[in-house]
Design a binder for this molecule. Structure first.
Ligand code: ADP
Ligand code: MG
Length: 246
């Protein structure tokens, strides 16, 4: 089992957000999480990746049987957890080039590898940027500063391709994308998908799922998974809405 979320209950600022949530993910699986706004989907993503500000009041999160409760977010990233943000952050004064290189090297360090050679870095960066149809000029600009919504989302996927996480959590990666960008992003998620990694896709739309077919679909309601199924469950939601799952 790659990820084991057991009986997880989470609060923030005295608000109970997640309640008795169970989710098991094996290596090689793609899981989609859907559900109405405010049901705790992003909170789950945040607590798996170790964001501060949440109280875990019950239950546990394990990655490859290792309890994550005492492990800070940067360490979790080095262990192979990657999360793309619903609202990607800006980092003034830091270029994408240097940010991406530092991220790669920090993961390599954890794996006992030397820093990536600058020429290898540039080669891989260009190769992956090309796959995503990212203009190379953007790599010299400050992280997300003045970027369009679509550009920001492509850079989230670029990070995933470069960092090669064991577990990628993509929170609304498809929101606000035009259809061409959606197809490019979906293609790259599909190409990244392998027996060696697992992906959680949080989405409101079936559009992305037409391209990236999930192994499991989970419907969130009031801070927990109300129903799980396969891709047909997503179709059912599209036709009938969420009323049946409340
Ligand atoms: P979703 O991603 O499903 O739309 P979220 O996980 O973002 O939902 O939020 C779930 C609920 O928890 C919302 O009502 C939100 O306002 C609340 N919430 C999230 N973070 C905090 C926080 N830090 N403090 C208080 N309430 C929060
Ligand atoms: Mg959300």
């Amino acid at each position: 089992m790659l990820l084991e979320v057991s009986n997880l209950s989470v609060s923030a600022n005295a608000k109970k957000i997640l309640a008795n949530l169970n989710l098991n993910i094996n290596k090689g699986e793609v899981h989609t999480i859907m559900g109405p706004n405010g049901t705790g989907k992003s909170t789950l993503a945040n607590v798996i990746s170790g964001k501060d500000g949440y109280d875990i009041t019950d239950g546990s999160i394990k990655l490859s049987s290792k309890d994550l409760s005492q492990i800070p977010s940067d360490e979790r990233a080095r262990l192979g957890i990657f999360m793309s943000f619903q609202h990607p952050i800006e980092i003034p004064g830091v270029s994408w080039n240097s940010f991406l290189k530092a991220s790669i090297n920090s993961v390599r360090k954890e794996q006992g590898k030397e820093d990536i050679a600058p020429v290898d870095f540039m080669k891989e960066l260009k190769e992956k940027a090309e796959l995503l149809k990212i203009d190379f000029k953007l790599l010299k600009r400050e992280v997300n500063h003045g970027f369009s919504g679509g550009e920001k989302k492509k850079f989230e996927i670029l990070q995933m391709l470069l960092l090669k996480p064991k577990l990628a959590i993509l929170d609304e990666i498809d929101s606000g994308l035009d259809v061409d960008a959606l197809k490019i992003i979906a293609k790259n998620i599909n190409d990244f998908r392998s027996k060696e990694n697992s992906i959680i896709i949080i989405t409101h739309y079936n559009r992305l799922l037409d391209y990236v077919i999930p192994d499991f679909v989970h419907i969130f309601s009031s801070g927990t998974i109300a129903k799980s199924g396969d891709k047909n469950l997503a179709k059912q939601v599209e036709d009938q809405g969420y009323d049946d799952f409340k």
